[in-house]
Design a protein around this ligand. Structure first.
Ligand SMILES: [Zn+2]
Length: 142
């Protein structure tokens, strides 16, 4: 049987919002309830729902800024978190082993791949490192 999505609402408690959320004009006329928000994932275009429960959790427990919203579906969001981990590992490796790996084309290409993919997941483009890696990779192609 197909599950029918029941729209849900959760009462808001703006007192639990973060201090920056409370500085937003919406705090003065805060909505009385969170409502499910429907959106399309900005990467894969999958129809997704930002549930009322998830909004309450984000704004009142994790203290996310009240205007922060979801742009990625859950799968793309998880992939983005994995990418962030991989990027951290590359940066750490680069800091500790730069002399050994600056001519390791496999490492350089892998890192560049992560950086370019990250932008597709709505991440900030790390232009300086992308440029550096492209230069290093070009230099290795003789
Ligand atoms: Zn997606």
């Amino acid at each position: 049987m197909k599950k029918i999505a029941v729209p849900s609402t959760v009462p808001t408690n703006p007192e639990k919002w973060s201090s920056s959320s409370k500085q937003s004009y919406i705090y003065e006329s805060a909505p009385t309830e969170y409502k499910d928000r429907h959106y399309k994932c900005s990467r894969c275009k999958e129809e997704s729902v930002y549930t009322a429960e998830a909004q309450q959790e984000a704004y009142e427990i994790r203290k996310a800024y009240i205007w922060q919203t979801r742009k990625l579906c859950i799968n793309c969001y998880r992939a983005r978190v994995d990418l962030e981990k991989s990027l951290d590992e590359c940066r750490q490796l680069w800091q500790s082993e730069k002399n050994k790996i600056h001519a390791d084309s496999q490492f350089l290409i892998r890192w560049l791949g992560y950086l370019e993919a990250y932008v597709q997941y709505g991440g900030k483009s790390d232009k300086a490192n992308i440029k550096m890696l492209k230069t290093l990779i070009d230099d290795l192609k003789v």
